[in-house]
Design a binder for this molecule. Structure first.
Ligand SMILES: [Fe+2]
Length: 405
């Protein structure tokens, strides 16, 4: 996708980035899975959403998807496993329903975490808080910094919702985990690290797989980012298969290359947070055409995930419900993926997967937030240092259609 990026000095324009200027979120829906309703404005989305909720679930928006509370020590009192989904039908989420917990799986036994999943609809990203019920220690995985590309304005509603949930649940965040350098959204890791340090008196390290340095060097040079702004910005670089603790929980690192070379997943109890290494069964897998990406590696990473026990839950980094699917799902079991994942199900050969993946990737356009995302994410979510005139600037590579001068 970078083949057309120019090499001349003229090939980059520079965009200013507003420095955490709060702004109302402009939410323009991209699609609606209800075939009867076509939406075009936030206002109409709102009313349609209310109609849809009532039609489907027999209640108004204000009661939408309440999660029944459950003590984090329920498993110790023998309470049956508690699992709740918030029904969800479309990415067209009204303002008041944004940044809410969409799914929670309570711990069912010692060694298993309680998991909170929050969906960020503008980038279709699942963000996770994973906690140890015994100690209330927790980690945050793959968060989103809100960004309006029409005005280059950054805001923090999504991250603030996570911060509030952490506070409400009484968690202590011991680590902020990234599965890879995202190319479709900016990470809120640095923002949350700063705010959580104030909230809890402990600054959680931002942690990622050790191969991140290759990716930082590649994109740092490509975008002209000063080394000092991306070298050593992560607090922890995981080895493959490294084991770490979250309170009394044991977690391990799985190297899952393919989407990006640095990509890792985190196995916590009988759960794997796999980032973009597997999507919902009706989507399959993520693209592999980023620099260092590999369809072959992705297939092997998929096999690695699907070789885990049937009941292991694979929590994905995104969901893009196709027409006809009425719910967002943050996880599917290994068993479900082996039976139904359209790209990885049992019987799929390496050759067939690679041919399919490469053909699809060749037709995909680049992510809308590609350039801001890469430049911020190699900095672990920090913003570019301000220029003497006070602007924080990002670079934007230009493309040319048959012209040069
Ligand atoms: Fe990604």
């Amino acid at each position: 996708m970078f083949a057309r990026a120019p090499s001349s000095k003229l090939g980059h324009s520079i965009l200013p980035v507003a420095n955490y200027i709060p702004a109302a979120v402009s939410y323009y829906p991209q699609r609606c899975v209800f075939p009867l309703f076509q939406v075009s404005t936030p206002r109409s989305t709102h009313s349609i959403r209310a109609l849809s909720d009532r039609a489907l679930f027999g209640r108004k928006n204000k009661n939408y998807g309440q999660i029944s509370p459950a003590s984090r020590n329920d498993h110790r009192r023998g309470t049956p496993p508690h699992l709740t989904y918030r029904p969800f039908s479309t990415q067209d989420i009204p303002e008041e329903l944004r940044n809410q917990e969409r799914c929670r799986v309570e711990s069912t036994k010692p060694g298993e975490p309680t998991i909170h999943a929050l969906f960020e609809p503008n980038t279709s990203t699942w963000q996770y808080i994973v906690s140890d019920p015994a100690s209330s220690h927790a980690v945050i995985i793959d968060t989103v910094l809100d960004y309006d590309r029409t005005t280059q304005t950054i805001s923090t509603q999504s991250a603030d919702a996570i911060r509030k949930m952490v506070k409400d649940q009484g968690y202590k965040i011991v680590m902020i985990l990234e599965t890879h350098i995202h190319a479709d959204h900016m990470t809120a890791a640095s923002y949350l690290q700063t705010k959580l340090a104030q909230d809890q008196g402990f600054q959680p390290p931002i942690s990622i797989g050790k191969r991140i340095e290759q990716v930082q060097n590649l994109f740092g040079q490509r975008y002209g980012v000063p080394e000092a702004e991306y070298k050593g910005v992560f607090g922890k670089y995981f080895d493959d298969d490294e084991i770490f603790n979250i309170g009394e929980l044991s977690a391990s690192v799985l190297h899952l290359p393919g989407h990006t070379p640095d990509h890792v997943g985190y196995k916590i109890g009988e759960n794997v947070f796999c980032g973009d290494s597997a999507f919902h069964a009706d989507i399959g897998t993520a693209r592999c055409d980023f620099p260092g990406g590999s369809a072959r590696d992705m297939f092997q990473s998929g096999r690695k995930l699907l070789s885990l026990a049937d009941g292991v839950k694979i929590w994905t980094g995104h969901d893009y419900p196709p027409q006809g699917r009425e719910d967002l799902r943050p996880w599917m079991s290994v068993r479900e993926h082996r039976r139904h994942n359209k790209h990885l199900m049992d019987g799929t050969t390496l050759e067939a997967y690679v041919a399919m993946r490469e053909e699809r990737d060749a037709k995909m356009s680049e992510p809308k937030l590609l350039h801001p995302s890469l430049q911020v994410n190699i900095r672990a979510g920090r913003l570019p240092k301000p220029t003497p005139s006070g602007y924080r600037m990002l670079h934007l590579p230009l493309k040319f259609e048959g012209v040069a001068w």
